[in-house]
Design a protein around this ligand. Sequence first.
Ligand code: NIG
Ligand code: FE
Length: 388
Amino acid sequence: MSTAIINISSLVTNDPSLGEGPLGLVQDAAVVIDGDRVAWIGETSKAPATDNAVDAAGRAVVPGFVDSHSHLVFAGDRTAEFNARMSGRSYSAGGIRTTVAATRAATDAELEANLTRYLGEALRQGTTTFETKSGYGLTTHDEARALRIAAAHTDEVTYLGAHVVAPEFADDPAAYVELVTGEMLEACAPHARWVDVFCERGAFDGDQARAVLEAGMRHGLVPRVHANQLGHGPGVQLAVEVGAASADHCTHLSDADVAALADGDTVATLLPGAEFSTRAQWPDARRLLDAGVTVALSTDCNPGSSFTSSMPFCVALAVRDMGMTPDEALWAATAGGAAALRRTDVGRLTPGARADLALLDAPSHVHLAYRPGVPLVSAVWRRGVREV
Ligand code: NIG
Ligand code: FE
């Protein structure tokens, strides 16, 4: 069955061959969906006949957001920690252990219900592809079950046994790294596509992080790295060196880090929800873009450092506080996320791509940043099916 969405005031395709500028903007546009794919893009006046038509009535359409970094398999929340931070305490990796205790105590059904709830929130805000991680289990059993639960909802599943050292191993971090690169990895690798490590003071140092990533790669997982969130460190350069798809956070960067990203194939994924919720300095997107680095934007949705599932909120923050233009932020939240996941079938609206798109209650995508906090996503199609 084919459907045409017609009378789109401004359509972001992210394909410069289809329209104007890097976003491939088409005015007075139509999108034809056939099954789960985009079949045709062009001006409404030239659209082919279809079984159904939806009148966008002068509103904008963007590719569904690609949220390439989230932590959605968890239980409980950390309201008290957030409150303490907003009264002046600073964020540290240690809070992760609170969520680990709650997650271990939760049943599969509770974890599944939580995940479904946050995915529903994200979908209503236009997210049609998402990555999510383990990392709140930190035992072989709990990490593998987190990945199994996640894998029922997405192909983009990341093994993050190396989130922090499990509390049982506080006195022997080396033994924990051995577990994460040994028995735990064996149990987890079949359920995951990616391997990740939190390379940061209070979590894992450069040597430990390299061991985790290389072990994952030997098991067929592709690396991505939590890097340079809380301070300077080896994470970003390690990510580039091992050929990671993405270095995530990138808040504290040296000139050598920026140069490494510019010379390598690793996407810099910026997570403004984390700086917002931890009152930390903003990542400098402008510096990265000016150096020629590919930048993605993502929510990092998790109960500790960034409890937002909203890509439009992240776009608005990136524009207001990180030096991005509205066009750059939109690209980073769609095509950039796809690049961070090494996907070419999502994050753009071109014939043959997945029919994942959001209709905005606004005349252009610029309103996502211009009207922050306003629920502008009025309809969402995922794989050609209208979900919202
Ligand atoms: O990406 N930085 C490490 N992990 C998460 C935070 C997790 C937590 O605080 O629970 C992040 O910000
Ligand atoms: Fe994260």
